[in-house]
Structures are given as structure tokens and as C-alpha cells.
Design a protein around this ligand. Structure first.
Ligand code: DC
Length: 203
């Protein structure tokens, strides 16, 4: 069976950085599944039905990652992610990616619970809301996107609530996931710990 690493957790906990670093370290492919929901959210903001947008999603929709990272797109993404038909339309693509022969790392909210319940390694990456808001604030301003810390914190809390409360595939750690709390860890320390955990799970 292909070696799949599932990395889940709330917004701005460090999942993306950790997933990219783990993939680079082991030579695995990486899919940030949040981009799929962001792309659907962007098409919804442009007037499309989210269900139709998810069914018609194409590689071009993911091309402009900087635009997909904008806060209003994140908010739209967490709204469309509540819709069961949207989630269902994105399952096959994610599972096919997870089955890549060379190994794959997927990060998101439901990778270890729904998309790859048989993943060889599952990490649930978390951090306090304040720490996550500080990181997201630094990321946005670093990208030249104007933001206020208090707004970013409110957005983090609102998305946590929506992602955790939804009926279909809510944000929850798989029972067999290893918890990685990055609140007091540097990026380097968090990545090193993730690489160690994935290495321990390799055949
Ligand atoms: O990881 P992110 O911030 O890019 O995710 C954007 C939104 O997409 C998030 O609020 C919830 C949703 N999402 C999801 O429901 N399931 C996933 N596997 C990934 C993201």
C-alpha cells in the first residue's frame, strides 16, 4: 500500500509548513487540501453554486495560490466546506493523490478521519488560538495583505467554531493520531518532531 501521511489541525497551527517540510524530507508529493475548498469558495464568491463549482474544479483553479490565501477566500472556504455535496465531490481527487506510488502527504481537517483513515502516519497539529492568530497575521502582512491582529484572531476563532461544529467531517483528531502542539515550538523544532514521527512510521 502507498505510504500516506495525514496531517490535520485547525487554521494556522503550522500544518502547511510541516507538511511541505515532511514531503521534501522524504521525497513525497504534497497536497494542501485547504486549497481545494478555497478554490470552491472563490468560485462561490464569483456567483457560482458551491456544489457546481466543486464538481467542475480544475487544476487552473489552484494556480494563483497567493489569491487563494486571502482572508475573504478563507472565510468562504470554511462556509462551502460545511456542504456535504462539496466535500463528496472532492473525495476522489484527494484519495487518488493519497495513493501515489512514491508516497504522499496531505494536510487538511479530515484527512486522517475521512480521506485516508488507513494513513500510515497521522499527525494532529494544533496551537493556541492566540499563537495561530499571531502567525497568520505575520503571514498576511508578509504577503503584503493588510490585516489587524484582532480581526485575524476573531477569524481564527470563527473558523475553528465552524470547522468543528459541522455535521460532515468535522475538525477532530483521529483516535490514532499523534498530537503535535506547536504553541511553544519553533518552526524548526516542530518540523524536526514531525519528521521523527513520520520516520518512525516508515517500513
Ligand atoms: O487549511 P485552510 O485554512 O486553507 O482551509 C480553508 C478551509 O477549508 C477551512 O476553514 C476548512 C476547510 N477545509 C476542510 O473542511 N477540509 C479540509 N481537508 C481542508 C480544509
Amino acid at each position: 500500500m502507498a505510504f500516506c501521511v495525514a496531517i490535520d489541525g485547525p487554521a494556522a497551527a503550522g500544518k502547511g509548513t510541516i507538511a511541505r517540510a515532511v514531503a521534501a524530507h522524504f521525497g513525497f508529493a504534497h497536497l494542501d487540501t485547504g486549497l481545494l475548498y478555497r478554490a470552491v469558495g472563490r468560485r462561490m464568491l464569483a456567483g457560482e453554486r458551491p456544489e457546481d463549482a466543486a464538481a467542475a474544479l480544475a487544476p487552473d483553479d489552484l494556480a494563483d495560490e497567493n489569491a487563494l490565501r486571502r482572508p475573504e477566500i478563507a472565510d468562504a472556504a470554511s462556509k462551502v466546506a460545511v456542504i456535504p455535496e462539496v466535500r463528496a465531490a472532492l473525495v476522489d481527487f484527494q484519495r487518488a493523490f493519497a495513493a501515489r506510488a512514491g508516497g504522499a502527504v496531505l494536510d487538511g481537517r479530515d484527512i486522517g478521519t475521512v480521506i485516508c483513515p488507513d494513513a500510515r502516519v497521522k499527525l494532529f497539529v494544533t496551537a493556541s488560538p492566540e499563537t495561530r492568530a499571531e502567525r497568520r497575521f505575520a503571514e498576511l502582512t508578509g504577503r503584503g495583505i493588510a490585516a489587524e491582529y484582532e480581526d485575524v484572531l476573531a477569524d481564527v476563532r470563527a473558523r475553528d467554531a465552524r470547522d468543528s461544529a459541522r455535521a460532515t467531517a468535522p475538525l477532530v483528531a483521529a483516535p490514532d493520531a499523534t498530537l503535535l502542539d506547536t504553541t511553544t515550538l519553533s518552526i524548526e523544532a516542530a518540523v524536526a518532531e514531525a519528521v521523527r514521527l513520520v520516520g518512525a512510521g516508515r517500513p
